[in-house]
Structure formats: structure tokens, C-alpha cells
Design a protein around this ligand. Structure first.
Ligand code: MG
Length: 161
């Protein structure tokens, strides 16, 4: 069994789409970044890479690389999932939290989970996405940015049923 953690933050700005967990969410502000800035997916990718001690997403997908400009982070997650399998590990479970003051994310959670399950070929009940505010405090509270963290566990070889 191996455990990994991931954390990411992106700045909220005007004239950018808000994409979280592969879901485009209607909101006056979106996340700034080289890719689609999907902060949740980035945290999960970093947790998967961390579990394997393979560095971070900056190392695997540099933001100087034109190919990753505005790219769909789910495509990058798919590559990281393949890397996990190449190392003869499978994903046991993923738990994650999005930290955002607004918008309300509950209506989008189910689709986020389904996007992650589909991208990583995972069965039900292995992916958890939660959301919290920080009660108006700090940079998430003032809506300067959105943060996400994730924890994953990997097991060698076959999935635990
Ligand atoms: Mg990021």
C-alpha cells in the first residue's frame, strides 16, 4: 500500500472558464492557469505521483510546454493513471476536497466523481469529492482563488474487492 497527498491553488480571474473535476461551471470568475487550471484534478494528479515518489505535475507536464496550453486536465490525469498501472499499482481510493467560497459545488459533485472514475477506469465508491468554504477567511474566502487537496492510496497489482 502506498499513500500520496496533493495540494493545488489557482487564482480566480475574469474571462476564464471555471472548470472543476472536468465540469464547466457557470460563474463570473474562472481559474487562471496554463492548462484549463482544473485545481481538483491537479491535486489528485499530484497525490498519485506522490504516492509513487515520481515527483510532481510540474515535472511531468511543464507549464512551458505549448501542448498543455488550455488543455483538458482529465487528459493529463489519464496519463498519470497509466503511469500508476505501468508501475504495477492500482488505485484503491481517492479522497479530495475543493476549498471555495463560491459557487455552490454540490450540484456538480456527482459528475465530477463520474469524470474521475471514467478517466481512471475506477469502479464506484473509490472516488470521493467533497467541498468546503473557509468561512470567508483567507484567499479562498475573499474569492481570490480556489484550492484543492487530495489523498490517494495505491495497492500493488490487483484491486482489493
Ligand atoms: Mg495547478
Amino acid at each position: 500500500m502506498r499513500i500520496g497527498t496533493g495540494y493545488d491553488v489557482h487564482r480566480l480571474v475574469e474571462n476564464r472558464p471555471l472548470i472543476l473535476g472536468g465540469v464547466k461551471i457557470e460563474h463570473p470568475l474562472g481559474l487562471l492557469g496554463h492548462s484549463d487550471a482544473d485545481v481538483l484534478i491537479h491535486a489528485i494528479m499530484d497525490a498519485l505521483l506522490g504516492a509513487l515518489a515520481l515527483g510532481d505535475i510540474g515535472k511531468h507536464f511543464p507549464d512551458t510546454e505549448k501542448a498543455y496550453k488550455d488543455c483538458d486536465s482529465l487528459l493529463l490525469l489519464k496519463k498519470v493513471g497509466e503511469l500508476v498501472n505501468e508501475k504495477n499499482y492500482v488505485i484503491n481510493n481517492i479522497d479530495s476536497t475543493i476549498i471555495a467560497q463560491e459557487p455552490k459545488l454540490e450540484p456538480h459533485m456527482k459528475v465530477m466523481v463520474e469524470n474521475i472514475e471514467r478517466t481512471l477506469n475506477l469502479s464506484e465508491n473509490r472516488v470521493s469529492v467533497k467541498a468546503t468554504t473557509e468561512e470567508g477567511l483567507g484567499f479562498t474566502g475573499s474569492q481570490q482563488g480556489i484550492a484543492a487537496n487530495a489523498v490517494v492510496s495505491l495497492v500493488k497489482g490487483e484491486l482489493i474487492k
